[in-house]
Design a protein around this ligand. Structure first.
Ligand code: C2E
Ligand code: CA
Ligand code: CA
Ligand code: CA
Length: 278
C-alpha cells in the first residue's frame, strides 16, 4: 500500500509539473501575443428591434496565433484569468473599444456605444483600475462604453464590486448583466446595483420557439426588467421566428447571427455606414 501511495504521489507530482509547465508556456504565449499584437478585436452589432438599426456593438477578442492559428476566447480567457494576464488583455481591449467608439461616433454623428466584457476575477482583488486611469489620461471625455459583467457578481456583497461599478457609472459608462438566467441569482439582486441592461442568455433564446417554458421565462425576464427600468438585449438570435417572439414580448434589442456574426473593425464600419446613415 505504501508503495502504491508513493507511485501515486510520483504520478501526481509529474502531472503537476506538466501542468505548471503548460501554464508557464501559455503565459509566455499570451505575453508574446500582447507584445506582438496577435490579438484582434471583432465587433458584433446589437440591433434595435423597433427600428432594425445598429444600435451598438459588442467587442469580442480574437487570437491569431502565428503557428497554431485561430484560438477561440473560450479557450484562452480562462487561462488568462488564471495567470493574471487578463488585466493587461482587458486594458488593451478597453483602449481599443474607447478609440473605435469615438471614431464611429464621429462617423455617424451620434454617440456610438461599444460593450466590453469584464471578467469576474477582475473584481476580486483590491487594486487600482487601469480603465479609469486611462480615461483620466485621455482628458476625461465621456466614454461611450457599456461594461458587461456576469450575473454571479451581483450576489457578491463585497464593496469591491459596488465601488468599481460606481466609479464606472460616475465616469459616464453603463453596465450590462451578461448571460442572464444561467446563474443562481434572481431579479431581486438587480435592484442592488444601478444596472442599465440585462442580456438574456442565448440558451433561453435558442429554445423559446420550441419550449413553452423557455418562452415563459424569457417573457417574464423582459417584463420584470422593464418594471425595474432596465432595458433588455436578447443574445444568440438566429431565426426570424425568435426575433418575432422577442419583439412581441417587448424586448428592446437583439444580437446574433440573424443580423451578423462578430466581424473585423473595417467590415463593421462599412456595415454601420450603410445601415445607419449619419
Ligand atoms: P459572451 O460575452 O457571452 O459573448 C457572446 C458569444 O456568443 C460570442 O462568442 C459570440 O460570437 C457568440 N454569438 C453571437 N451571436 C451568436 C449566435 O447567434 N449564435 C451563437 N451560437 N453564438 C453567437 P465568442 O466571441 O467566441 O466569445 C465567447 C466568450 O468569451 C464571450 O461570451 C465572453 O465571455 C468571452 N470574451 C470574449 N471577448 C472577451 C474579452 O475581451 N474579455 C473577456 N473578459 N472575455 C471575453
Ligand atoms: Ca458579453
Ligand atoms: Ca453572453
Ligand atoms: Ca459569457
Amino acid at each position: 500500500a505504501k508503495q502504491a501511495g508513493k507511485n501515486r504521489f510520483a504520478y501526481f507530482t509529474r502531472e503537476m509539473d506538466e501542468n505548471a509547465h503548460r501554464r508557464h508556456r501559455v503565459m509566455n504565449e499570451l505575453r508574446r501575443a500582447l507584445q506582438e499584437k496577435h490579438f484582434e478585436l471583432y465587433f458584433q452589432p446589437v440591433i434595435e428591434l423597433a427600428t432594425g438599426r445598429i444600435w451598438k456593438a459588442e467587442a469580442l477578442i480574437r487570437w491569431r496565433h502565428p503557428e497554431l492559428g485561430f484560438i477561440a476566447p473560450s479557450q484562452f480567457i480562462p487561462l488568462a484569468e488564471e495567470s493574471g494576464l487578463i488585466d493587461e488583455i482587458s486594458d488593451w481591449v478597453f483602449q481599443q473599444a474607447v478609440t473605435y467608439s469615438r471614431q464611429w461616433s464621429e462617423l455617424i454623428k451620434a454617440p456610438f456605444q461599444i460593450a466590453v466584457n469584464k471578467s469576474p476575477v477582475q473584481f476580486s482583488l483590491p487594486k487600482k483600475d487601469a480603465w479609469i486611469d486611462f480615461l483620466h489620461s485621455e482628458g476625461g471625455t465621456t466614454p461611450h462604453i457599456v461594461v458587461e459583467i456576469t450575473e454571479g457578481l451581483l450576489m457578491q456583497t463585497s464593496s469591491q464590486v459596488t465601488n468599481l461599478l460606481q466609479e464606472y457609472k460616475a465616469a459616464g459608462m453603463q453596465v450590462a448583466i451578461d448571460d442572464f438566467g444561467t446563474g443562481y441569482s434572481s431579479m431581486a439582486y438587480l435592484k442592488r446595483f444601478d444596472i442599465d441592461y440585462l442580456k438574456i442568455d442565448q440558451s433561453f433564446v435558442r429554445d423559446m420557439t420550441t419550449d413553452p417554458t423557455n418562452k415563459t421565462i424569457t417573457d417574464s425576464m423582459i417584463a420584470m426588467a422593464h418594471k425595474l427600468g432596465i432595458k433588455v438585449i436578447a443574445e444568440g438570435v438566429e431565426t426570424p421566428e425568435q426575433q418575432q417572439l422577442l419583439s412581441e414580448a417587448g424586448c428592446d434589442y437583439a444580437q446574433g447571427y440573424l443580423y451578423s456574426p462578430p466581424c473585423t473593425a473595417s467590415h463593421f464600419e462599412s456595415m454601420l455606414v450603410s445601415r445607419n446613415p449619419g
